[in-house]
Design a binder for this molecule. Structure first.
Ligand code: PLP
Length: 377
């Protein structure tokens, strides 16, 4: 049967993730993978988990398995409020930050509206904006306003250790963006899933703190607890948060209740801070192993970003190289990466690739990068 006629008009705009399609081709466990952006399971708080589950059951019993309020369980909202200085009415729990992105798009975008993005940008966000039939418009040089931007509802940025760029927006860039948003009257979606994972240097103020009246910040437990819990939160102007709250009533009624109590236990007991310190040491070492291996093995003409945190470094090859064309050979030889063109809405970046240092075992960075370098030119 042909089902086409039953689908909504939106479906034509849906874009299956090219990375998931690529990963289907290969058993990642059998090769060196610098591709996936998964957190390392070595950073999950597996040891203390039984005690945390017991503590949740002791404290909340059946309530932890019941439906909860749409905003989130009050114990967790209160902890996040006191930790961030945000008023509780500025906060909404989400079923992780991917939902935060999607629900912002759903609440703010009409078909044909424009979203400004800093390229390369996070694929999951580009997918979501396309689903709502938005126009995705890259910023001009230095976060300037592109000509012919159309009706811009918001800019989407990842200011701290971007996925895939690994870059951090400077204070001057954040200020320029805030000024532009005020001048041209658009909102800013600040996606911050990696912000807590800084391995060196000073934190730069959040855009949310610089322009609270027009910024929604998306945060996630995925990289500081475990992604399987699918838990995140957002902070924004209460009027926007209220619309998100209403939208989420239809979307999933309430965020996962047991997971929220676990997260509250994890935060409130001090385990999150201890685990975060250990995770930062773990990822810092991996980052250094990747950067050292790149310096050792990459031929001249190749450049890469030096991330101060997060999971990724972004590699640029000479202009005539095509990392998508190289991908099948790379897989056959035993190394995976993500072709950079996936992160450009306009199909640019063919000579770039994303390398993740979060997941590979420490002893494998040197041989992985040596193999990758040997395939380049
Ligand atoms: C920039 C960015 N935003 C959002 C997400 C979604 O993460 P989650 O939904 O697990 O919080 C990711 C995942 O890798 C990401 O890199």
């Amino acid at each position: 049967m042909d089902y086409e006629r039953f689908f909504s008009e939106d479906v034509a705009a849906f874009l299956p993730s090219p990375t998931r399609e690529l990963f289907k081709k290969v058993d990642i466990s059998k090769i060196y993978s610098l591709a996936g952006g998964f957190p390392s399971p070595d950073t999950f708080p597996l040891e203390g988990m039984r005690e945390m589950v017991d503590a949740v059951l002791d404290k909340y019993g059946a309530k932890a398995m019941q439906y909860g309020g749409t905003q989130g369980v009050p114990e967790l909202v209160a902890l996040l409020s006191s930790g961030s200085g945000e008023a509780p009415e500025n906060l909404q729990m989400t079923t992780s930050s991917q939902q935060g992105i999607d629900v912002c798009a759903r609440v703010l975008l009409d078909p044909g509206d424009s979203v400004l993005v800093d390229t390369p940008s996070y694929l999951g966000a580009l997918q979501s904006f396309k689903d709502y039939r938005a126009r995705i418009v890259p910023f001009g040089e230095g976060f300037s306003f592109p000509e012919d931007a159309g009706r811009v509802k918001f800019a989407y940025v990842i200011p701290d250790f971007g996925n895939p760029s690994g870059k951090t927006m400077s204070m001057a860039e954040r200020q320029a963006l805030v000024e532009l948003a005020r001048e041209k009257d658009f909102l800013i979606i600040e996606d911050s899933p990696y912000r807590a994972l800084r391995y060196e240097g000073e934190q730069i103020p959040t855009i949310r703190s610089m322009a609270p009246e027009r910024t929604v910040q998306l945060c996630s437990f995925s990289k500081i607890f475990a992604p399987g819990f699918r838990l995140g939160w957002m902070a924004g102007p209460p009027e926007i948060i209220h619309q998100v709250y209403v939208c989420k009533q239809a979307l999933d009624l309430c965020p996962p209740v047991f997971d929220q109590y676990l997260a509250a236990e994890f935060m409130g007991s001090g385990a999150l801070d201890r685990n975060l310190a250990a995770s930062k040491d773990y990822y810092r070492r991996n980052r250094d192993l990747l950067l050292d291996a790149l310096s050792r093995h990459m031929p001249s003409g190749v450049s890469w970003t030096r991330p101060e945190g997060g999971f990724f470094s972004f590699l640029t090859l000479p202009g005539d190289c095509d990392t998508l064309a190289l991908y099948d050979t790379a897989i056959k030889k035993g190394i995976a990466y993500v072709p950079g063109s996936f992160f450009y809405p306009d199909g640019g970046g063919r000579n770039t690739m994303r390398l993740s240092f979060s997941y590979l075992a420490p002893g494998k960075f040197d041989p992985a990068v040596r193999l990758l370098a040997s395939l380049l030119f």
